[in-house]
Ligand binder design. Sequence first.
Ligand code: GLU
Length: 313
Amino acid sequence: MTDLARLVSDIAAEMAACSERGTVASYIPPLARIDPRQFGLCVVLADGTVHQAGDSEQPFSIQSVSKVFALTQALGKIGDALWRRVGREPSGTPFNSIVQLEREQGIPRNPFINAGALVVADVNLAGHAPKLAIGELLRFVRYLADDETIVIDEAVARAEQETGFRNIALANYMRAFGNIRHAPELTLGVYFHQCAIAMSCRQLAMAGRFLMQGGSHGRQAARVVSPQRARRINALMLTCGHYDASGDFAFRVGLPGKSGVGGGILAIAPGKASIAVWSPGLNANGNSMLGTLALERLAEATGWSVFAPSGQA
Ligand code: GLU
């Protein structure tokens, strides 16, 4: 067993023994039902080696982690014009906050809060029927992960739709400012379905490889985005990927990361690893409690950090 393989399985064993696991999201029944004792970790290295432990093959609702893939897709469609409709600053507010939108004329702070992700979904919807826009995102995620088995959990999508009153309010509010260009229910349909994509830690870590590898896909030379765009997406993940706890995540882990209320986190050690972790119990900020702790342990033990001198292990 290599040192890293041992580390990954040691971390999973430590997390399995934790009694303080946070609280599972309860706003929709399909998430409220998830067993909080689960924990999965998968590390994909730049040479393609995969280390995984715990429930790393168990699909879970990726929720807001999907915002990374949707943003990548929207930038591919309209490039920097996106930044006229959404900002690039940390919000310092919870994921579903509406307060800044009035002061800032319907322009969301960043693409990773819900308001920003709705604008991104609206961009991805342009020129498509909602079903086709969702299909395009799902195909993109499957391509990134090299895995055709990834699906959308329709029960989760339905439940999001039935209970998403704050998101409905956000979309309508931005429609009033002209920053949602389609009928809000169509844009919301795209957003609710992207939240309902189900992936395992292994699939998620595989899908994140392009962000570890300066924009290229897998071991083939195929380019998903330019190196500059990969750097910029990582920068947004670092500064905005954990809502109003983004600073704390940067302090504790030191890597770009995007969390979701399903308990998943995708973290990127540029040039070194694409990492996915999942534990459904959340902390007070809506981020996976043990997922964050596991990433902290991994970063500490490996020295992976965007703030470390380059070349460090
Ligand atoms: N479906 C959730 C919402 O839009 C996603 C939030 C998250 O994962 O942070 O409210």
